[in-house]
Design a protein around this ligand. Structure first.
Ligand code: GDP
Length: 424
């Protein structure tokens, strides 16, 4: 397992952080390669319970070097707060265990404003953004109207660059949205408050990773969100604005020549989806409320209740395919323990016919789930540590998933703690 990517197979919140925290034991370097601080990884370990937003989940392991790659939306304001928060809880974060790519683009304060302004303009057609500025950030990055973290090392050039960007961005803020303009003083204060503190972490991580590769160090690439939120292959436009796929890991991490040996896809034992957009197998009413409470399905960043549903085999098979997953980690199996019989969405019904195909985004609204019920086990499985400890019905649930998606499930998680895991 020298180069491994950990990705979400579904809509995100599958428990990737928990799996990265567990598996970092076997790695030297952990790299976040896309996305920003708009979602949260919850990690529970011997140091406490933490909600990570931008920092890689390897940050708790001594000796592991954590990297924020060029593909991330580097939000210095949230990052600096996150670093301080972890330090206050006794976790070491220093330039020796955290490195920021000099080629990562900065998420600037107006990106958050624009996210909010655009969601307000869209009103009931809003995307359900977390309003962390991610979509405006990536738009600007691809328009080449952003600042690279490495520019912080060149203050004079940076100032001239910012003046140009300020002129340009104020046009959109004031003339499109009727909002207040930014001034250079406001920007300079923001740079002093949030960019100066993270400057010691900014370096040429590409060279660091190339050397790590030469020295046969083991590298773990950590994704945010899931396959169905991928900008190109997800449920567009209800996707995120970056590529959540394993295939993007080499580029977004800063090691474009990396060969990926293993892709571990994380699947939750049931479905959750936060925000707007089509969610074919969505449960409603009491049934949904019970599952949401059992799994404590509220967003780590926003506290928003997540939409819930049964395991969706159509979406999961598609996620496995586009991620190129070689193995699956199944999480939160313990949450289903209260169910007498467990619903699973096996196929979709579309235009009067049943199908295994994950539909084109514009067709998703018309798709309906075909539900089959499996036997529940109705006992507490959170103490299970071996495959044989699981009741037969729980094992059948896992093997049914495995056969349905044609991908092995060597990890079964039965609780949020690091050791609440069954290795098969
Ligand atoms: P991520 O963004 O994919 O890392 O997922 P989140 O952290 O947003 O959501 C996963 C949530 O489930 C977190 O609160 C975890 O602590 C929790 N969790 C992870 N695995 C398990 C599990 O096997 N059982 C239970 N009960 N909770 C889990």
């Amino acid at each position: 397992m020298s180069n491994c990517v950990i990705v979400g197979i579904n809509w995100g919140d599958e428990g990737k952080g928990r799996m990265v925290d567990l598996l970092t034991e076997r790695f030297d370097v952990v790299v976040r390669y896309q996305g920003g601080g708009n979602a949260g990884h919850t990690v529970v370990n011997e140091k406490g319970k933490f909600a990570l937003h931008l920092l890689p989940s390897g940050i708790f392991r001594d000796g592991v070097v954590n990297i924020l790659g060029n593909g991330v939306a580097l939000d210095p304001e949230n990052l600096w707060k996150e670093i301080q928060d972890l330090r206050a809880k006794g976790v070491e974060v220093s330039p020796s265990n955290l490195k920021i790519s000099d080629r990562a683009s900065l998420l600037l304060p107006w990106h958050r404003d624009l996210d909010e302004l655009e969601e307000k303009r869209l009103a009931d057609k809003r995307y359900g953004s977390t309003k962390q500025g991610i979509a405006p950030f990536y738009s600007d990055k691809y328009q080449k109207k952003s600042v690279l973290a490495g520019e912080l090392h060149f203050p004079e050039k940076l100032k001239a660059h910012l003046l140009d960007l300020l002129d340009w961005k104020n046009l959109t803020l004031t003339r499109v949205y009727g909002s207040e303009p930014y001034t250079m003083d406001m920007l300079e204060k923001w740079f002093m408050d949030y960019c100066r503190p993270v400057l010691p972490y900014v370096c040429d991580t590409g060279t660091y990773l190339k050397n790590a590769q030469k020295e046969h160090k083991r590298i773990l690439f950590e994704a945010q969100l899931g396959a169905l939120r991928d900008l190109d292959f997800g449920i567009y436009p209800y996707t995120t604005s970056s590529n959540t796929l394993a295939a993007y890991a080499p580029v977004g991490s800063g090691l474009p020549s990396a060969r990926i040996d293993e892709v571990i896809g994380v699947v939750k034992a049931y479905s959750t989806c936060v925000g707007e957009g089509p969610f074919v197998c969505e449960m409603k009413g009491d049934e949904a409320e019970k599952l949401r409470e059992a799994g404590f399905e509220y967003g780590a960043k926003t506290g928003r209740p997540r939409r819930v549903g049964p395991l969706d085999l159509v979406a999961t098979r598609y996620g496995v395919e586009v991620q190129g997953a070689t193995k699956i980690a199944l999480t939160k199996l313990d949450v289903l323990s209260y169910m007498e019989r467990i619903p699973v969405c096996t196929r979709y019904r579309l235009n009067g016919q049943e199908t295994d195909r994950f539909p084109f985004p514009a067709e998703l609204d018309a798709a309906e789930p075909v539900i089959r019920y499996l036997d529940g086990w109705q006992c507490d499985i959170s103490g299970a540590r071996k495959w044989e400890d699981l009741p037969e019905a729980a094992r059948r649930y896992v093997t049914y998933l495995e056969e349905s998606i044609a991908c092995p499930v060597p990890y079964v998680s039965v609780g949020p703690e690091r050791d609440s895991i069954i290795l098969r």
